[in-house]
Design a protein around this ligand. Structure first.
Ligand code: MN
Length: 239
């Protein structure tokens, strides 16, 4: 964070135009991504772009469109922005080893343009403009100040619903693949990945394997974290 602030200021010092009067957050589209991740346990990584990183929460059960359902969201370390487009395999033994799917993505608009302040306050309201997730949502911090626990809740609006969106829309928004298909294509653990797919989707695939959408690649998509790089990006603020 400190470095980014420095770079912004430095650029203003060497360019003739005055710095913008509006906050960067108000003038620029912010992106979000939800990555379905079959690591040691299945979870959905909910990530919001802010200040050059992806603020991240691990949601074990995934988002729910039902306003009556509060989904536990554990705050985890910020991730680099480049990670948002990653779909593929994290090798076994690496942090988060397993299969990763881009389950949903799009842009979001925070209710208060100062997302950092909302996070410190422990209440972050925003509207999602994704392919699967839309409308108004809130992340609320819960427990003592040191707790990493938040709740992800859908607000009541036209995008709310009662069905289980994770079961009804299990495929990647970028490749249309199931978890098992991603693992198969990229050289991951297909059986373990398949345990994260709805059983009816797997059964349909087994009945007629030719229906599977192949996405041949020259090189498998494998993410190897640069731990040193990641450490620098870990923020110290409370989340
Ligand atoms: Mn994860």
């Amino acid at each position: 964070m400190g470095l980014q602030e420095y770079e912004r200021k430095r650029r203003f010092a060497v360019t003739p135009e005055p710095p913008p009067k509006v906050k960067r957050s108000a003038s620029k589209q912010l992106h979000f991504v939800v990555q379905k991740h079959r690591a040691s346990h299945l979870h959905y990584d909910f990530r919001l772009e802010w200040d050059g990183v992806l603020l991240s929460w691990a949601v074990p059960k995934g988002p729910s469109l039902d306003p009556k359902v509060k989904r536990l969201a554990m705050a985890v370390e910020d991730h680099p922005l480049a990670y948002a487009s990653f779909e593929g395999i994290i090798p076994a033994g690496e942090y988060g080893g397993g299969t990763v799917m881009v389950w949903d993505r799009g842009t979001y608009v925070p209710a208060d343009p100062d997302v950092g302040k909302s996070v410190r306050k422990g209440e972050l309201k925003f509207a999602l403009h994704g392919k699967k997730l839309k409308g108004s949502w809130v992340l609320v911090h819960t427990g003592p100040p040191t707790s990493r626990q938040w709740l992800l809740i859908k607000h009541r609006d036209e995008a709310a619903g009662e069905g289980d969106v994770t079961e009804e829309q299990p495929r990647s928004v970028v490749s249309k693949r199931l978890m098992s298909e991603i693992a198969f294509d990229e050289g991951g653990d297909v059986e373990r990945a398949a345990s994260a797919d709805p059983s009816d989707a797997i059964e349909a695939l087994l009945r007629n394997p030719r229906t599977r959408r192949r996405k041949p690649r020259e090189k498998p998509a494998v993410w190897r974290s640069n731990r040193g790089e990641d450490k620098k990006k870990v923020s110290t603020r409370r989340r």
